[in-house]
Design a protein. Structure first.
Length: 676
């Protein structure tokens, strides 16, 4: 096993008066060093440098990325302080003696750090930058680049590297020798330390914290606290890198409750969850899971005891050993006739990939919370970095990407003819499906990212701010708009010529898509959520933050039944084959009778279920905040497989031609083999 080496550099006091002193870096580095050194958490050999000159930092960098390092050594470089762009757009990291008018000889150029990392033999390199960026231009000289982004990730591309950066935009600028602007409070390292220290970054609950999990955890925490700050990640590594252990790991509360439940089906669901932990967990997790499974072998339910015993016989996940090579038995020597012609060898055909295995993944610019849409062999999806992508469904290769630069793209892309429609920021964008070029956009300060997009015949509808807009699908010109209330509209569902929409308040409305006449309105309190997947045989199924699922008659808006799941429903239900599937914040996926609302079964995941499920055949697919994509039998509610991604799964899956397409907060679109 290789070494675990970390160099932490913090600079907050500068000789150059043009560089403002910072208050957080010293404390940030000390806190990060403490958690990395802890042998129970991360066990790194840590070197920390605070307010050192550039040549001293350079020497330490050379030692960290020494060319004698081994391939399996884990090397981590963390820098917090000022990052400066020179007048050619090149990035420099500031040391205590850095002068903004002489960066070349007084700072640490990004190119120099990149060269040091490239010559190092370690193929597990981690670079973490928590910087305040600025453009540094000498007095009387104008910048040759006005780009406000630093493009940090582009400067540190390389095999075997993972780069995490707290931000990628400049907060300061220099006018002559005077600095202007203000940096945002540094929250990145605080959440980095917290996620490692208390184990909350262990998103899949296996007892280990990977870099993918750590990034996904910190990204969400930073964006929730400071929405304008967007951490970014880039990697080119084989396998996953475990950065720390979750020292506070314990059986999840929902699993403990299920184990104590008097209902045998709840305990049976707990067996499946324990078996999953037994397969994927670290040594501590496997030990606790095994202990519970052995206890359940004496359960008074035969199905529970048999299932527990079966999983114990299977054992934890290990690589299959190579089959033994047997020496041939010598045969007696005797005369033999001339051998017959040897037939041409038949080329072996590799077996098809197993269900639940990944075919490919596509790297985006940020978290993927947009549900993908698959049309004519192309997957369309958005990301939180503000881009819309078209990806080849068979190979995962990029067809095109369009940077909308207007905010996260979280709406499900809608495809009609040669155009794909998506919302971002405060606009609806129409993009050519073949070229990725923009055709038109509709904004006027009225449309927002919370709105979904509906297409009916030659019309596109989208809504926000209490108003529904009906547009010409080809040109984006407005046919009409209709105000239905004061609350922001968050979804639109089209049932033939009927546009059904819900707001963030308490109402669901239905309008005629051609005459804009209001058909009906129904009160469903606490921000009702629904969508196209929830339409089934004249009923629309609507959830709310109270955890209630309502079945509404689409002809008049009257409720036919209601079921209380006990926890918030945040995504649209799915109705298929006389069953309604809906997830909630209490880690459950429910299967209810579509006509009566009676419970058929309830599945327990390892985290909240905030995605709209997808059903193909006898399998329902959905994602969870635990970072997994689940495949569950629609008849029994038993798990068929689960696929772990590197972050929470909020993107609803699409299943086409035997492949599950789903995005994750690990910044990737995953293509997974569906169940047999």
């Amino acid at each position: 096993m290789g070494q675990r080496l970390a160099l932490l550099v913090a600079t907050y006091a500068y000789e150059d008066k043009g560089l403002r002193g910072l208050t957080a870096p010293g404390h940030d580095a000390e806190a990060f060093a403490e958690v990395l050194r802890d042998p129970d958490i991360a066990g790194f050999d840590v070197t920390i440098l605070v307010n050192e000159p550039h040549h001293r930092i350079g020497e330490a960098l050379g030692e960290l990325f020494h060319h004698h390092r081994h391939h399996d050594d884990l090397t981590l470089l963390y820098f917090t302080g000022h990052g400066l762009k020179d007048d050619e757009g090149r990035l420099h990291l500031a040391a205590a003696n850095t002068r903004h008018d002489n960066l070349l000889f007084t700072s640490l150029p990004a190119e120099q750090i990149d060269r040091a990392m490239s010559r190092c033999m370690s193929r597990r390199q981690v670079l973490i930058l928590d910087c305040c960026y600025s453009g540094a231009f000498p007095a009387g000289r104008l910048a040759t680049k006005s780009d406000a982004d630093v493009h940090t990730l582009e400067r540190f591309q390389g095999r075997g590297r993972t780069v995490l950066t707290a931000s990628d935009a400049t907060q300061y600028s220099f006018e002559g020798d005077q600095v202007s602007g203000s940096a945002q409070q540094s929250v990145f390292t605080r959440h980095l330390v917290q996620g490692l220290r208390d184990g909350s970054a262990d998103l899949d609950g296996d007892g280990n914290i990977t870099l993918d999990e750590l990034y996904a955890y910190v990204h969400d925490k930073v964006v929730d606290e400071m929405p304008r700050q967007r951490p970014k990640k880039q990697d080119d590594v084989e396998g996953r890198i475990v950065i720390a252990r979750n020292v506070n790991w314990a059986l999840p509360a929902h699993l403990r409750h299920a184990l104590r439940s008097p209902i045998a089906t709840d305990r049976l669901g707990a067996v499946e969850s324990l078996a999953h932990l037994y397969r994927i967990g670290n040594e501590t997790v496997r030990g606790l899971a095994e202990e519970e499974l052995r206890r359940l072998t004496d359960d008074d339910s035969r199905s529970v005891s048999r299932a527990a015993a079966s999983h114990l016989r299977d054992g934890p996940a290990v690589e299959d050993p190579a089959p033994p090579v047997l020496a041939p038995t010598p045969a007696p020597v005797k005369a033999v006739p001339a051998p017959a012609p040897t037939p041409s060898p038949v080329k072996a055909v590799p077996p098809p990939p197993a269900s639940g295995t990944q075919l490919w993944s596509f790297q985006t610019d940020n978290c993927v919370r947009s549900a993908p849409t698959v049309v004519d062999g192309v997957v369309y999806l958005g990301d939180d970095g503000g881009s819309l992508h078209a990806v080849d469904a068979a190979t995962g290769e990029r067809r095109w990407s369009r940077a909308l630069n207007a905010g996260p793209v979280r709406s499900t892309p809608a495809v009609h003819g040669e155009l794909v429609y998506a919302t971002a920021g405060r606009a609806l964008y129409a993009t050519d499906t073949g070229t990725g070029q923009g055709r038109w956009d509709f904004a006027e300060g009225r449309v927002g990212v919370s709105a979904t997009v509906g297409v009916v015949a030659d019309r596109v509808c989208v809504g926000n701010s209490g108003t529904l807009y009906m547009l010409n699908a080809e040109h984006g010109t407005e046919h009409w708009h209709f105000s239905v209330g004061m609350k922001t509209l968050q979804w639109v569902t089209l049932d033939r010529s009927l546009a059904i929409l819900g707001n963030k308040g308490s109402h669901v409305y239905a309008l005629d898509a051609y005459t804009r006449r209001k058909k009906w309105g129904t009160r469903v309190v606490n921000s009702p959520v629904s969508g196209p997947s929830a339409l089934y045989e004249g009923l629309l199924y609507v959830g709310n933050l109270r955890g209630e699922l309502h079945a509404l008659d689409t002809s008049n808006g009257l409720r036919t039944w209601r079921y209380d799941t006990g926890s918030a429903i945040r995504s649209a239900p799915l109705a298929a084959n006389d069953t309604v599937y809906v997830g909630n914040d209490d880690n459950h996926l429910y299967a209810l009778d579509a006509a009566t609302g009676e419970v058929k079964w309830r599945f327990t995941a390892m985290g909240p279920v905030r995605t709209t499920p997808a059903v193909i055949g006898t399998t329902v697919y959905f994602g969870s905040d635990d970072g997994s994509v689940y495949a569950v039998d629609t008849v029994t509610g038993r798990e068929r497989w689960r696929f772990p991604t590197g972050g929470p799964v909020v993107s609803s899956p699409a299943v086409v031609d035997g492949v599950v397409y789903v995005g994750s907060d690990d910044t990737r679109l995953h293509a997974i083999v569906a169940a047999d």
